[in-house]
Ligand binder design. Structure first.
Ligand SMILES: [Zn+2]
Length: 176
């Protein structure tokens, strides 16, 4: 069975109760919050969503988001690609109390008066949450000279002094 195309807005209650599944691509272009964390907004995220109601009558939205994101390796400062592959289960809530009462299997999604959420913003949130705080290549893929970095850790002659080292020297000189 061919799944339905992705809507721009998801009306959560209706979507959950219909038990629908949708899938498709969401372009990364226009994800302005993600822009700060990646090198490029080319390409798209592959998104699968399905709605349902659990045996306790709780509405939920399950999602699977995959994308290739380009970020900067914090060791060699060269671009690197990260394959994001994340799944989530959200349940709509209308208050902090409801959010706290949710079983652990769900993350709360706070809804205001209207029941709809913007799908692109949701996918952007999930991508941002999935990126590592500090991205580095696998050692074998990194062009940074790891021997050099290991060398930095031990004091050695000829190594450029760390600013703190200079400060320590200054402090010890002041004592004398
Ligand atoms: Zn690297």
């Amino acid at each position: 069975m061919q799944k339905a195309q992705l809507p721009e807005q998801i009306f959560l209650k209706r979507f959950a109760e219909s038990g629908r599944s949708v899938e498709g691509g969401i372009p990364l272009a226009g994800m302005d919050r993600l822009r700060d964390q990646v090198l490029s907004l080319e390409g798209e995220a592959r998104v699968q969503l399905s709605g349902g109601v659990d045996p306790e009558g709780r509405q939920f939205l399950q999602g699977h988001v995959q994308a290739e994101l380009s970020v900067t390796c914090q060791r060699c400062l060269q671009p690197m690609s990260i394959a994001v592959d994340t799944e989530f289960s959200l349940s709509p809530v209308y208050s902090e109390e409801e959010a706290e009462a949710l079983p652990e299997a769900y993350d709360p999604i706070m809804l205001a008066d209207e029941d709809s959420i913007e799908l692109k913003a949701l996918v952007e949130d999930e991508l941002m949450l999935s990126l590592p705080v500090v991205a580095v290549h696998e050692p074998e893929d990194c062009v940074a000279d790891t021997a050099h970095y290991q060398g930095m850790a031990v004091p050695a002659t000829g190594v450029k002094a760390h600013p703190f080292a200079a400060l320590e020297k200054l402090k010890s000189e002041m004592k004398h």
